[in-house]
Each structure stands twice: as structure tokens, then as C-alpha cells.
Design a protein around this ligand. Structure first.
Ligand SMILES: O=C(O)c1ccccc1NCC(=O)[C@H](O)[C@H](O)COP(=O)(O)O
Length: 207
């Protein structure tokens, strides 16, 4: 089964809707973004989710002490690190928080793509994304098999410009462990319940 994460949630109505769907993860963005929430807001929003849905915090280059503080306040299960965090930092944060750590990797970003292999066996998952998080733009999916080979058994999530129209092809062709969506389930900057349902339905149809 393909795991599904819906990211960038900010409103109670959307949380209720996502909580009623077969979705495994919701993401709260703590990085500077139009989707940014505070730890307190995330705690309140996340408190309305069923226990089956794990809460993922999205961070860019935040120090370990602040990560811990936000994770505890917001009740996070997973830390998604979207900046220049090293494998050593991921390992330390995992040890100190006891939480799962996902490393986001901007395909064809500042680092050589081969370096993603350094996170294999350290991060609980690697999330391949466009060079900039939350951009709504896909990267070249033809890169997926090559990058996956560096990751060995580490879980692979795909993000970046996914929507109900293209996720079926992605899942069918590349069989990632999980998919992550944000812009593709929005309408005029807000999460759209119909688009979220269409996305989840499309992913589940591929099983
Ligand atoms: O969503 C943001 O605004 C954001 C800002 C800074 C760093 C990461 C961010 N999002 C991370 C995510 O997990 C998104 O779901 C992922 O990048 C996919 O976004 P999209 O292309 O909009 O579907």
C-alpha cells in the first residue's frame, strides 16, 4: 500500500476532512512559508486527528533544541528535515527525540544527487522533492530509479507537484513507499476538500 501524506494543513475544517480519509500522515510546516503554523496551532489541529494519522513536522535548518521543543509542544511523530541537515544531525535528532526522521532531498539541488546515499539506514525515509519544498512543481521522475538505488532499503517518498491527475502514473510506474502532496490539493491558496479526496482516491485505486 502506498503511504499518503497531506502537507501544509492550517485549518480545522481541512483536518477533519483529512482525518476521515485513508491517509497515514499529515504535515505541519514550521518553516517560513505561507503554510507556516506555530507549535501551539499544530497541537490544536493535530488533537482533532484519529490515532491512525501520524503528525509530521516540516523544518528547514532548525537546531536540535528547538526541534525538540516544537516536537513536544505539537505532539509530532515524525520530523521531516527539509534543509541542509547532515546525516550526523539526523542521527543525533533521532537519538535525542526518539522520533522518526525523514530527510527531504531536493533533486538537482545544491548537492550532488549521489550524496543522498549517505542518509540510507540513518533516515527512516528519504523524500525526493523539487529543489524547493512546497513549490507545486515536479522534478524529473526519470531520476527516481537511479536515486533509489543509493537508498537501499530506506523508505522512499515522492513529493513535488503531485496532484490527482499525475499521481496515478507516478505510483504505477515507480511504486514509491509513499507520496506527499501540498499545492496539488489547494485552490486559491487553501486546501480544497474535493481535491484532497480525489488525490487519495487516485492513489488507492492503484493498489
Ligand atoms: O510547503 C511549504 O510551504 C514548504 C516550505 C518550506 C519547506 C518545505 C515545505 N513543504 C514541504 C512538503 O512536505 C511539501 O508537501 C512538499 O514539498 C510537496 O509540496 P508540493 O510540491 O506543493 O506538493
Amino acid at each position: 500500500m502506498t503511504l499518503i501524506k497531506v502537507c501544509g494543513l492550517r485549518l480545522h475544517e481541512t483536518i477533519h476532512h483529512v482525518g476521515s480519509l485513508p491517509v497515514e500522515y499529515v504535515g505541519f510546516v514550521f518553516a517560513r512559508s505561507k503554510r507556516q503554523v506555530t507549535a501551539e496551532e499544530a497541537a490544536e489541529l493535530g488533537g482533532n486527528l484519529p490515532d491512525t494519522v501520524q503528525r509530521v513536522g516540516v523544518f528547514v535548518n532548525v537546531d536540535a533544541t528547538e526541534l525538540k521543543r516544537i516536537a513536544e509542544t505539537a505532539g509530532l511523530h515524525v520530523l521531516q528535515l527539509h534543509g541542509d541537515e547532515t546525516p550526523e544531525f539526523c542521527e543525533r535528532v533521532k537519538r535525542e527525540t526518539g522520533l522518526a526522521v525523514w530527510k527531504a532531498w531536493g533533486v538537482r539541488g545544491d548537492q550532488r544527487d549521489e550524496e543522498v546515499g549517505a542518509f540510507a539506514g540513518i533516515a527512516d525515509a528519504v523524500l525526493l522533492d523539487n529543489a524547493r519544498g512546497g513549490s507545486g512543481v515536479p522534478f524529473a521522475w526519470s531520476e527516481i530509479p537511479r536515486l533509489r538505488a543509493y537508498l537501499k532499503d530506506t523508505k522512499l517518498f515522492i513529493a513535488g507537484g503531485l496532484d490527482a491527475d499525475n499521481v496515478g502514473e507516478l505510483v504505477n510506474t515507480y511504486r514509491p513507499d509513499g507520496v506527499d502532496v501540498s499545492s496539488g490539493v489547494e485552490k486559491v491558496g487553501l486546501k480544497d476538500p474535493e481535491k484532497i479526496t480525489a488525490f487519495v482516491t487516485k492513489v488507492r485505486e492503484q493498489q
